[in-house]
Design a protein around this ligand. Structure first.
Ligand code: PXP
Length: 250
């Protein structure tokens, strides 16, 4: 069954091209080159997370991406004044608000929207006014989804990390429970009028069940694809993910 919501979009996250570049402090590998290859391979969008500590993507990368991309940029950012000012300067197609802790290796959990509803409502209003689609990265939790809806976000991205970890660690009951929660919450969020995206930790092994949720409009995938690119090249790595997504959706 093809989803009534249409083709599933693939956003390719290029953060870890910058991670490798920064390991040596030079100019290569160039995240902008990766973004253009991803575009040519069928990415529907490029995602980049400008972290507070600039551990991978840099301010210049964001500027470069805004110049060279033909597909939309999804700018991931923490809810800080500094990041808001950068987003308002560039006005990317989408901003995805994520929690950020300096000591974490990656974005470990979803945003606590319910606890910070007032502050976040004020935080995202100017971004929406500037024409950015505002997405909130959250766990598959009804309270958080309702709060994201109340603050005026147009999109939620469900954190698939717990599902993927459980799969790769062989905890299949946990995996299936996480998957059920994401399925149910995708439908719930869609019913509220929110656009639903999913991301974090997705691989060739884990992508199909999520791609099959009819309400999901976009997957954002980075680390695994950049890792596969070492062995296959970036273009075939992305094309294979695209194929698996389309197969699951069909
Ligand atoms: N979506 C969001 C909101 C993220 O923060 C990340 C990780 O930066 C991703 C998707 C991509 O996750 P991964 O790199 O594990 O595929």
């Amino acid at each position: 069954m093809t989803s009534p919501l249409g083709r599933l979009r693939l956003g390719v996250n290029i953060d870890h091209v910058a991670t490798v570049r920064n390991a040596r402090g030079g100019d290569t590998p160039d995240p902008l080159r990766a973004a253009k290859i991803a575009e040519a391979a069928g990415a529907d969008g490029i995602t980049a997370h400008l972290r507070e500590d600039r551990r991978h993507i840099s301010d210049a990368d964001i500027e470069g991406l805004m110049d060279v991309l033909e597909v939309p940029l999804n700018f991931e950012m923490a809810a800080t004044d500094e990041m808001q000012a950068i987003a308002l300067r560039h006005k990317p197609h989408a901003v995805c608000i994520v929690p950020e802790k300096r000591e974490e290796r990656t974005t470990e959990g979803g945003l606590e929207v319910a606890r910070e509803e007032n502050r976040l409502a004020h935080f995202i209003a100017p971004l929406r006014d500037a024409g950015c689609r505002v997405s909130i990265f959250i766990a598959a939790d009804k309270r958080q989804i309702e709060a994201a809806h109340r603050i005026g976000a147009q999109v939620i991205e469900l954190h698939s990390g717990a599902y993927c970890d459980a799969h790769h660690e062989g905890r299949f009951e946990d995996r299936d429970r996480e998957l059920d929660a994401m399925r149910e919450m995708s439908a719930f969020a869609h019913g509220l009028g929110l656009e639903v995206h999913v991301g974090h930790g997705l691989t060739y092994e884990t992508v199909a069940p999520v791609a099959a949720f009819p309400e999901v409009m976009e997957l954002n995938i980075g680390h695994f694809l950049i890792g596969e690119a070492i062995f296959l090249g970036l273009d075939p790595a992305i094309r294979e993910m695209r194929r698996l997504m389309d197969e699951a959706r069909a």
